[in-house]
Write a protein that binds this ligand. Structure first.
Ligand SMILES: Nc1nc2c(ncn2[C@@H]2O[C@H](COP(=O)(O)OP(=O)(O)OP(=O)(O)O)[C@@H](O)[C@H]2O)c(=O)[nH]1
Ligand SMILES: [K+]
Ligand SMILES: [Mg+2]
Length: 442
């Protein structure tokens, strides 16, 4: 039997309204203890006085709402207290709840975990709840909502069903086999397994867009010292995030800002200027980090100082590849900027703001290309990727198995790997890891 848990479900701090959520068998009696009145009808908001059950002290005039099991988010009896969002109101109610028997403060993610354990959500849907709460851009919200609606879970469950039928087929073959039957997987099942292995491979081969969309596209600004990288970062972020100075070698650490580019999440990084002769070991380390970040970035912005044209910094030129946007900066000072059309440079001035819109549009284009989600749901977590890779490997082994018994075992393993993604098979060991990422009250 579950204990009854409670927590502030809204962000801590002063607010217009704060919601305290209670879930478990004692939720109703906790509400009665606070109001001193009979329980209101389920799903009906009622305005009522809340009092400390020990002292009778008035705590708030609150809107209260209850849901009865199993028709609630967690599948248990649930009470929501919509309080005035003052610190003393919230702490008074939380302290009053702590004195009631059978109640305790919820752990991070415990409400959602209970929803999973009570069969209200599969694991991919539970993960999507966390993603929706964390969503900062439109594209992230769309992906989270789709997954929360069960799109990903249905895809994996559908695959699992096909495997279950294939397995039944193989097992029937084993049971009814004549002695002289050829070994391995029967011809009827072979295309089913091969087809599924192919679909999983295609699903895995999505360039990681679902995972990237959750985390943001990593864009690194690179270039020679004083090219104006930090100035450009500040202009794009519309705030003074990085120090700008006329001294070459100003930036050492990586400075990150989070941007919303046309609905796509981007992590834009400013880096140390690249040069051979670093002034000291700190700058040297900065340059090492810059190169490392450039190598790991999804997209690079290579910044050149337009006033030195036609000379272009060779170290920066070296980094240009198909994932690079080339920028000529300081065009407010330069006259000849029509050089090197082969690089398709975007002409900007971080100082005047000229060309920044074109640069933003170009980066939005890159983001859309790498993050846009198609009609099929994309996998969103390394956990899913690992399980799907394992599933596919088992299927390929099944196709090569010399005996139907061995093929059956591989198909069983494949099905188990899929079941662990949605939580259809035993996943007790995973739950702590998955729900650890949630905060208290979710
Ligand atoms: N006129 C003009 N000056 C610029 C422009 N962008 C940057 N600057 C100046 O160029 C100098 C260097 O700018 P930073 O943004 O610090 O250059 P950086 O590439 O980050 O330099 P490091 O961090 O040292 O590698 C500063 O004096 C800026 O004010 C621009 O578009 N026009
Ligand atoms: K500088
Ligand atoms: Mg800088």
């Amino acid at each position: 039997m579950f204990t009854t848990i409670y927590a502030l479900a809204t962000a801590p701090g002063r607010s217009g309204v704060a919601v305290v959520r209670i879930s478990g068998p004692e939720a109703g009696s906790a509400l009665a203890a606070l109001t001193g009145r009979p329980l209101p009808a389920p799903r009906r908001a009622v305005l009522t006085k809340l009092r400390d059950p020990r002292s009778g002290d008035a705590l708030d005039d609150a809107l209260v709402l209850r849901f009865t099991a199993p028709a609630s988010f967690t599948g248990e009896d649930v009470v929501e207290l919509h309080l005035h969002g003052g610190r003393a109101v919230v702490s008074g109610v939380i302290e009053a709840l702590a004195t009631l028997p059978g109640l305790r403060l919820a752990e991070p993610g415990e409400f959602t975990r209970r929803a999973f354990e009570n069969g209200k959500l599969d694991l991919t849907e539970a993960e999507a709840v966390a993603d929706l709460i964390d969503a900062e851009t439109n594209a992230q919200r769309r992906q989270a909502l789709r997954q929360m609606g069960g799109a990903l879970g249905r895809l994996y469950d559908g695959w699992r069903e096909r495997l279950t039928r294939a397995l039944a087929h193989i097992e029937a073959d084993i049971d009814f086999a004549e002695d002289d039957l050829p070994g391995g997987v029967a011809d009827a099942v072979r295309p089913v397994i091969a087809g599924l292995a192919g679909e999983i491979a295609a699903h895995l081969d999505d360039g990681g867009r679902g995972e990237r969309l959750r985390e943001g596209l990593h864009i690194a600004i690179v270039g020679a010292p004083n090219a104006g990288k930090s100035s450009l970062l500040n202009a794009l972020a519309r705030r003074d995030a990085a120090i700008v100075s006329a001294r070459a070698g100003t930036t050492r650490d990586i400075i990150e800002v989070h941007l919303d580019l046309g609905g796509y999440p981007v992590v834009l990084a400013d880096t140390a200027g690249l040069r051979e002769a670093a002034a000291d070991e700190v700058e040297e380390e900065g340059i090492r980090r810059a190169r490392d970040r450039a190598a790991r970035a999804d997209v690079k912005v290579a910044v050149f100082d337009a006033t030195t044209l036609p000379d272009l910094d060779p170290a920066t030129l070296d980094l240009i590849d198909r994932d690079t946007v080339v920028v000529f900066n300081k065009t407010d000072l330069a006259t000849a900027t029509d050089l090197r059309p082969d690089l398709s440079p975007i002409l900007v001035s971080a100082r005047t703001g000229a060309g920044l819109k074109a640069l933003e549009e170009k980066l939005t284009e890159f983001s859309a290309d790498r993050l846009a989600i198609g009609s099929a749901p994309s996998l969103t977590r390394a956990r899913h990727r690992a399980a799907l890779t394992e599933c596919r490997e088992s299927l390929l082994r099944a196709l090569d198995a010399p005996l139907p018994e061995l093929a059956a075992e591989d198909v069983r393993l494949a099905s188990r790997a899929l079941g662990r993604i949605t939580g259809r098979v035993d996943v007790e060991d995973l739950l702590d890891v998955i729900f650890r990422d949630f905060c208290i009250g979710k």
